[in-house]
Design a protein around this ligand. Sequence first.
Ligand code: 5GP
Ligand code: MN
Length: 342
Amino acid sequence: MLTPIIKADKIKKIDELTRMANNIVITCHLAPDGDALGSSTALCQILSEMGKKVHVVTPDQVPNSLTFIPGVKEVVAATRHEEFARLLFKEADLIFCLDFNAPYRIDRLEGSLVNSKAHKILIDHHLDPEIDADVIISHPEVSSTCMLLFRVICQLGWLRLVDKDVASCIYTGMMTDTGNFSYNSQDPDIYIVIAELLKRGVDKDSLYKKAFNTKTINQLKINGYAISERTYFYPDHHAALMVLDKEDLEKFNFQPGLTEGLVNVPLSVPEIHYVVYLRQADGYVKVSTRSEGDVPVNEMCSKYFNGGGHKNAAGGEFNGTMEEAIATFEKAMADFDKYVFN
Ligand code: 5GP
Ligand code: MN
């Protein structure tokens, strides 16, 4: 079915470490998304089915928008249960690190991971893995950790443990990390995996609706307001700027996740090649950027906004006022004409 891409010795080592383990922790990055949670809860259900004691431990809470993922209600979030989260790390003899590449990405749990004597297995698709693990499965060319996890499951011979719930978790991550298969989704193997997941009962249309097309009235309103009143187009520079300051956020009783995905919207205008979204946060301005083609917004974020990320999706934190952040954007935009017009 799928051509194996993971070396046999790594698969053998995962098999050995899993057989030996009794207390397993699975962890994923801060502000967990569909791929982080989908891969973690899928693996958790499989290991639990094998009779292992296993917990998914996250640095912070599961957003309301992802509570539909099977198994997510059992996740231990360190923001709510910090001591229990640390205890689970301390007792673990095996830790799976899913969908992140460096210890700082698990925020307050960084020390618990780094200081743990447990064996560690990394399964991830971000660039440059920096986790000191016994097994490192790092494939940046794979579109989601869920897709990579499915490959690991197949190669381990665990496919019989993929029931409807596990398949739904895996499908969710594959779908959310590719914008419902609208980018990073050219790999034909993705569709072979989808066929396998559908055979196990995944209701793909329902998962799409829950992940992409379910919004609160307030969410619709803040998104509409941001686009209509607070987006500035610079067609001469192929750029757009979105700004939500303190007053805007108060007006809509802003909560994290309320403007998820909003930064992508101006890219639907063909002349707009990149977008910078500035949102007032506590003591800093949160920066989120998206681009198309060869416009490296990660370079803009590292040079001007104290951040980084991927070429087409990056972010940072600006230490200054919103006015200063906007002025910095305008300076960065002039600098960026060289990419936009080459
Ligand atoms: P988002 O815009 O969805 O918050 O973030 C998109 C990507 O930008 C993330 O996957 C991450 O790689 C990167 N990113 C976002 N915020 C920051 C930040 O504050 N610092 C760094 N280094 N990268 C960030
Ligand atoms: Mn991912």
